[in-house]
Ligand binder design. Structure first.
Ligand code: C2E
Ligand code: MG
Ligand code: MG
Length: 461
């Protein structure tokens, strides 16, 4: 029942309310509750706010209960429905899902519409380790398609189960049940209990993203290591790749292979690449002052190159620290060309014409296609480690390597092999005509001061 105070906030006095017929009054109250944010406007079901408020009624030590969360589709799938069929139809889809769900549940089960695509309800159970029969029926009913305005629409339903426990607050219970529902999409039965082991990965990802801004603004957590790149014929080191390192005060060392892909999903990749560029240019300047004229490679993420002005900024910053463009190289991966490819290609071309080398990283690891190589705006092609590391002794299969090197050289690229771990690989690649290489056989990535020492110790060539 709505409070008089709420109604009066809508401009109705208590006396005027009392004069309304019962049906009008009930309608008015439900309308007000929708407007006051307690019901979902699409399904008119109680929303997340109400679930959170009423959650404590479900927690009883002596009466075990199960929180069930049903999510109709993945966001990507929902967006496809939105794009293809429009918003009104997408809302019909959600309403049809809610109706089907309601038809499978007893009348006394309250269903809450807790997010655009998710519904939650609580079932009393005898055994919290057992799957309630009705949830298996729900998973089966949603498997395949549901009818929306007589059109069969595929759902990607997830059903998550979480035994209710007093120690887990309402919001945390909902989150855990959602994780279970997402996990359930990977199971045959289409439903899944909450499993804290799979959830640990979600929590870690969240923590990493939450802590990254602090790491970026402080002086101690992030650093760059440099891995020498050598010319295979002469053995001379002419450059190094800057590789970011994160030493987290509590989680310890976090690999860039873990946090870069996470940062790439957020706006944090912008400031992160900024930090890498600033640090790499500064340290390269110091190396030059110490007598080492190197080309430092910087890894760029797809988003960086699709942002307007990235090229000009890099050139300006090079200039500002007194480095020539030939002292810098930019690495990008094939995936980069898939995002806003026109602007990306334009920026890569601009950088190359200004004298900054561009390298295609990890060639062969993605959807590599030899026939499109000719159109790639790059000077260097870095062959992915997966082709190089298996090369351990004479007779090891080099069929693909041999042909990639031949074709790439024929197209005018300098070819660099990544992951050279043995003397055999080094010599064999040199014989195959590979120009440059990087790998543990020559040197592991190291901090800038150790790179200076390492360079000082190299024989003069
Ligand atoms: P990548 O750019 O392909 O870098 C090469 C990776 O191979 C580095 O891993 C390097 O330490 C490792 N490596 C080099 N030689 C060998 C070898 O002989 N054997 C083996 N097993 N590994 C070798 P790392 O430093 O962990 O970086 C992983 C990836 O993270 C990089 O792959 C790159 O994609 C990304 N990354 C690193 N730093 C940055 C950065 O500053 N910005 C961006 N956007 N990405 C970065
Ligand atoms: Mg790289
Ligand atoms: Mg690479």
């Amino acid at each position: 029942m709505a409070q008089p105070a709420m109604l009066m906030a809508e401009g109705l006095t208590a006396a005027a309310l009392a004069d309304l017929p019962m049906a009008d009054r009930a309608y008015l109250e439900s309308e007000l509750q929708v407007r006051l944010g307690r019901y979902d406007h699409v399904t008119r079901l109680p929303n997340r706010l109400q679930f959170l408020e009423q959650f404590e009624n479900f927690v009883h030590d002596d009466a075990p209960a199960m929180l069930v969360l049903v999510t109709l589709a993945e966001a990507k799938h929902y967006n496809e429905i939105l794009r293809a069929l429009g918003m009104a139809f997408a809302e019909d889809f959600v309403r049809a899902g809610a109706a089907l769900l309601g038809s499978l549940l007893d009348d006394d089960v309250a269903v809450y519409h807790v997010s655009v695509l998710s519904f939650a309800f609580v079932l009393p159970v005898d055994d919290i380790a057992e799957i309630p029969g009705v949830t298996a029926r729900i998973a089966a009913a949603f498997a395949g398609a549901i009818s929306v305005n007589e059109i069969p629409i595929k759902t990607h339903v997830g059903v998550g189960l979480l035994p209710i426990e007093a120690i887990r607050p309402a919001a945390e219970s909902l989150r855990a049940a959602l994780v279970a529902a997402q996990d359930s999409r990977r199971t045959d039965a289409g439903l899944s209990f909450y499993d804290h082991r799979s959830d640990a990965a979600h929590l870690r990802a969240f923590r990493i993203l939450a802590d990254l801004p602090h790491a970026l603004s402080g002086p101690n957590q992030l650093s760059l290591h440099y891995q020498p790149r050598v010319q295979l014929k002469s053995g001379r080191c002419h450059g190094a790749e800057a590789l970011i390192r994160w030493n987290h005060p509590e989680l310890g060392a976090i690999s860039p292979a873990e946090f870069i892909p996470l940062a790439e999903q957020t706006a944090l990749i912008g400031p992160l690449t900024d930090w890498v560029i600033t640090t790499a240019l500064q340290q390269n300047r110091e190396l030059l002052d110490a007598g080492h004229d190197l080309r430092i490679s910087i890894n760029a993420s797809p988003v960086n190159l699709s942002e307007d002005g990235f090229d000009e900024q890099l050139l300006r910053r090079c200039n500002a620290v007194g480095l020539a463009p030939r002292n810098v190289e930019l690495e990008f991966t094939e995936g980069t060309l898939a995002t806003n490819s026109a602007r990306t290609v334009q920026q890569l071309k601009r950088l190359r014409s200004a004298g900054i080398d561009v390298a295609l990283d990890d060639f062969g690891s993605g959807y590599s296609n030899l026939s499109y190589l000719a159109r790639i705006p790059a000077d260097v092609l870095k062959i992915d480690q997966s082709f190089v590391r298996p090369l351990k002794e004479a007779g090891d299969d080099d069929f693909l390597l041999r042909h990639i090197i031949m074709i790439a050289s024929g197209l005018g690229f300098r070819v660099c092999a990544e992951g050279i771990e043995t003397l055999h690989a080094y010599e064999h690649l040199r014989e195959l005509g590979c120009d440059e290489g990087q790998g543990y056989h020559m040197a592991r990535p190291m901090p800038a001061d150790l790179l200076t020492q390492w360079l000082d110790a190299q024989p003069a060539i």
